[in-house]
Design a protein around this ligand. Sequence first.
Ligand code: CUA
Length: 342
Amino acid sequence: MSELLRRLLFLPRQASTLASRVDDIHFFIILTTFVVGAGIGLTGFVFLLRYRRRQAHALTPHIEAPAWLEGLYISVPLAFFLLWGALGYRDYVWARTPPADALDVYVMGKQWMWKFAYPDGPGEVGVLHVPAGRPVRVLITSRDVIHSFYVPAFRLKMDALPGRYTETWFEAVRPGRYPVLCAEYCGVDHSRMRAEVVVLAPEAFEAWRARHKTQPAPGPGQVPELAMGVGARGPLAEQGRVVATRMGCFQCHTVDGTPHIGPTWRGLYLRDEPLASGGHIRADVAYLTESMMDPQAKLVAGFEPVMPSFQGRLSAADVAALVEYIQSLRPERPVPPAAQEP
Ligand code: CUA
């Protein structure tokens, strides 16, 4: 029955323990609404025929409904609606209470990508590896605006808010790849802010994790941000340095604060740069990304237009890593508070 409804409603296959609970309530609500709605519609239709005006000037006799009937048609739908509330509350509490043995994973949304990290190091952009059959607690935050972490196959959705952590959890039931979407409009590339959850069999997951372990788990009281590279600019920034080396960025960009063929990366992030075409631009994430793809579009004044486009040569993960690396290169002197990122 529920499998039939799932197909009728074009819902993805249930891939978490939460999914069947959410769907069961969903279907129950649809069915009861349908039954109540059909009952009201059919009654209306019968009355329409039965009491239609047959002769001119004829009046329908006054009808008095007995109290028990009135009580019945109020209390039956009410009982169903209260049952929705009760079932919904039961599953809400369940869905908001991560089991104590859950694996922690950090999720960070930023325009327009998802970053994932485990406390002991492995950090990824756009792909989250998790084991099947084991609860995973998800701590979610945002670097810029409000996003919403949404995994349709898990029936899981939680807002990502800048400046605070939200929490949810899931237990994937079978290995596979499941899309992650952003469910909160967050800017021009909102519709492309996608990622993927890769659910691995437990042994495969352990093997994956062992391969990617980079640092010891943070001790109690340590900010999870450290592991995500938000505060301390961890593994992702390091990866960015590797990408920059591979792509030859350092032939033109220094990291010691002295301009070379191109602007120095030291302190570049959020710096106001004069443009060759006049005016200024703030070197935010969008500008840094655009400069890699179309360097001459907003050329910084005083430099020759010699940088090639890296469109198609850098993956989204490479771009994220490079931007993270550039952000990690703080200016020698602290920037005034107004210019610092929130
Ligand atoms: Cu992020 Cu929409």
